[in-house]
Design a protein. Structure first.
Length: 433
């Protein structure tokens, strides 16, 4: 995790201290269930909690033990025995390492998802606010990056809102998908541990039981989780890219907030660069990079292998940390985004009325001209305007073939901008209710 792109709330979930705390809770809850079943003495389970509930696990000590035994869970259990004393021999009864590792990993992913859901709520709030603010702010819509027809800037933001609302629903599902617990022992048969222990630990840790776990929790769950993070990152990039394009000097319809004292270039004092949204584009690539190895982790050998382990030690923290940071940064970009309606209007006017070409085409067809001839008539008047040779409405009025079907008043009516925004309220009602 790079501090530059890390919020402390998310980093804490992946800290060694937090990991060992979760490991302890899994083991202690399992001990409670074992005591309830009479497998271990009730006093032993109580001692585990009493001596280690508030203990500070020594990460350096665990690392030192692991350097010798070459096994992280054994290193932790050894250190736990140093804290608990003789009763620690009753810990981990009938369990295998994956019971601790997989259940802990899922707890961390669930907690990370909860933070990401909070992030998305903040982003959705910002998008809704700015969409309503600019519901009727006219701007040019572009296809292939070329001027197409008028839209509103509020509609652009409403589209982003709807997209992130879908992403939020996907994340909720992915959270549920990965929120399972496995305490089933070697190869997942419960041969040396009662399924009731798993049920107790799952309930205590806020998880569901894994119906069948082999010796590991099936990794299709994790593949879904990281794939959803990748989709969310792609939506982040889509909106960030839109802002970057709209901030280009030749467009300048919006601009990232530029604070007092901020510098845009070490060489050129005039520069105001879209550094935040460029950063978001890069972070999205990092988050998406976790999806493929997560899917490759699904195919493990037989009841278990650990080829997935090194992957997850990296992608778990990295993908969630980067997406958490990206969502918060994007929220800030939208909250403070500078919007320039005058520039939007100027860009709308740049092509001399060509944005109304479809209306003229349709009007000609509705007045008896074939579609092929209508297209030809509109295009022959549009191309000179494209080259900067006149005004579209004036050229249409001067075209004898066009005048046979449409009067000057008819043509003027076709250049009404309000025509293009008449259903904005309908779209907003669909998106925001």
């Amino acid at each position: 995790m790079i501090p530059r792109y890390t919020r402390p709330e998310m980093a804490a979930i992946w800290s060694p201290e937090q990991k060992f705390r979760i490991w302890f809770e899994i083991e202690a809850h399992a001990a409670d269930a074992q005591a309830e079943l009479g497998v271990i003495p009730a006093e032993a389970a109580k001692t585990v909690w009493d001596k280690a509930r508030d203990a500070e696990f020594d990460v350096s000590r665990i690392d030192a033990i692991e350097a010798e035994v070459k096994h992280d869970v054994i290193a932790f259990l050894t250190h736990l025995s140093e804290i608990v004393g003789p009763e620690a021999r009753f810990v981990h009864q009938g369990m295998t390492s994956s019971d601790v590792l997989d259940t802990c990993f899922n707890v961390q992913l669930v907690r990370a998802a909860d933070l990401l859901l909070e992030d998305m709520d903040l982003l959705l709030t910002a998008l809704k606010k700015r969409a309503l603010e600019h519901k009727d702010t006219l701007t040019i819509g572009r296809s292939h990056a070329i001027h197409a027809e008028p839209t509103t800037f509020g509609l652009k933001l409403a589209q982003a809102y709807a997209e992130f609302a879908r992403c939020r629903e996907r994340l909720e599902f992915a959270r549920k998908e990965v929120a399972t617990c496995a305490i089933s022992g070697a190869v997942g048969t419960f041969a040396n541990i009662d399924p009731a222990v798993e049920e107790h630990v799952a309930k205590s840790m806020g998880l569901a039981i894994e119906p069948v776990s082999t010796q590991v929790i099936p990794r299709d769950r994790h593949a879904m989780y990281f794939s959803v993070l990748g989709v969310i990152a792609s939506s982040v990039e889509r909106l960030a890219t839109e802002v970057r394009h709209l901030q280009r000097t030749e467009v300048l319809e919006v601009e990232e907030f530029f604070s007092a004292g901020q510098k845009g270039s070490s060489a050129m004092p005039h520069k105001r660069n879209p550094v935040l949204t460029e950063n978001l584009t890069g972070l999205a690539r990092l988050v998406r990079s976790a999806a493929m190895p997560a899917m490759e982790n699904v195919a493990l050998w037989h009841e278990r292998d650990i080829s997935h382990s090194s992957v997850e030690r990296g992608i778990g923290p990295d993908a969630t940390v980067h997406l958490d940071f990206a969502l918060r940064r994007l929220t800030g970009v939208i909250d403070k985004l500078l919007v320039y309606p005058d520039n939007m209007q100027a860009n709308l006017d740049r092509l001399g009325g060509l944005v109304h070409s479809q209306r003229v085409l349709l009007a000609l067809t509705q007045n008896g001209v074939s579609r092929e001839d209508s297209y030809r008539l509109v295009q022959r008047n549009a191309m000179p305007v494209w080259r900067g040779e006149g005004n579209f409405l004036d050229l249409l009025k001067a075209d004898a073939d066009v005048k046979k079907a449409l009067s000057d008043a008819d043509l003027e009516a076709l250049f009404d901008m309000g025509y293009h925004t008449k259903h904005v309220d309908t779209i907003f009602a669909r998106v925001f209710g």
